[in-house]
Design a protein around this ligand. Structure first.
Ligand code: PGA
Length: 241
């Protein structure tokens, strides 16, 4: 793991965006793994700026980490809607090249297998963008997720339901289940870029970087990944030795 501590989330996001746009120059058909939540928003803003300045996303393929079960793609709180609003609709990316699991599929095991197959058919993920939950989750791989897990239906923890209530009007509206790429799926990405911002991530970041590799901290699995860069602001890095 390479750990880069920046003064601010803005600076860290700019560096992460440059890493992606540099890769895009050498690999126009880049395969990106993408995340939702507050953390990647500044990165996405930088990618949109890069596109406006000429970066070409027309051949890029994307695969999102997760989606809530039960929310149709057009639901205002679905991750598909989030991605369209905060990134895809502002890039010259082809909508058919963007993939978010369908949380309303009838046959979830078949959907999950097809998602894994689509990633493989694209040649695997070149760069996987990750946030981290306050409980150490990556994607919706909650503590206890096997480190070799694959795309599957997961049950969200109380902590995650609490954390994500801010995106909904009431706690009861947060779906209790989601489809998530597994930790094993994430570890197959050629490069992982983990972003961690703010004091409420400091404990999870310490466990991920300095703790043992353990399902208790799913992000700690990145310690055994061959090419992971962690971009932190000072607040998220505050508990590191
Ligand atoms: P956040 O979520 O970016 O909204 O803090 C991160 C995550 O849960 O992975």
């Amino acid at each position: 793991m390479e750990v880069i501590v920046c003064k601010t989330a803005e600076e860290a996001s700019r560096l992460a965006a440059t890493l992606i746009t540099d890769a895009l120059q050498t690999t126009p058909a880049l395969v990106l793994g993408l995340a939702t939540g507050s953390t990647p928003l500044l990165l996405y803003r930088e990618l949109i700026k890069a596109c406006q300045s000429g970066a070409d996303f027309s051949r890029v393929r994307t695969f999102n980490l997760d989606e809530y079960c039960g929310l149709p793609p057009e639901h205002p709180h679905s991750y598909r809607t989030f991605m369209n609003a905060h990134l895809f609709s502002n890039l010259n990316i082809r909508p058919e090249n963007t993939h978010v699991p369908d949380g309303t599929a009838d046959n979830l095991p078949a959907l999950c297998a097809a998602y894994e197959a689509a990633i493989a058919a694209a040649g695997g993920i070149d760069i996987q963008v990750l946030g981290i939950g306050s409980n150490g989750h990556i994607g919706f791989n909650e503590p206890g997720s096997p480190l070799d897990s694959r795309t599957r239906r997961v049950t969200l923890t109380e902590q995650t339901l609490r954390d994500n209530t801010r995106f909904f009007s009431a706690r009861e509206e947060v779906p209790r289940y989601a489809i998530s790429m597994g930790v094993g799926t994430i570890l197959e990405a050629k490069k992982c870029v983990l972003l961690g911002f703010g004091a409420n991530k400091a404990r999870a970041i310490k466990a991920a970087i300095e703790g043992p590799v353990s399902p208790d901290s799913p992000a700690s699995a990145l310690q055994v990944h061959r090419d992971t860069v962690v971009f932190l602001d000072e607040a998220a890095a505050a508990k590191l030795q």
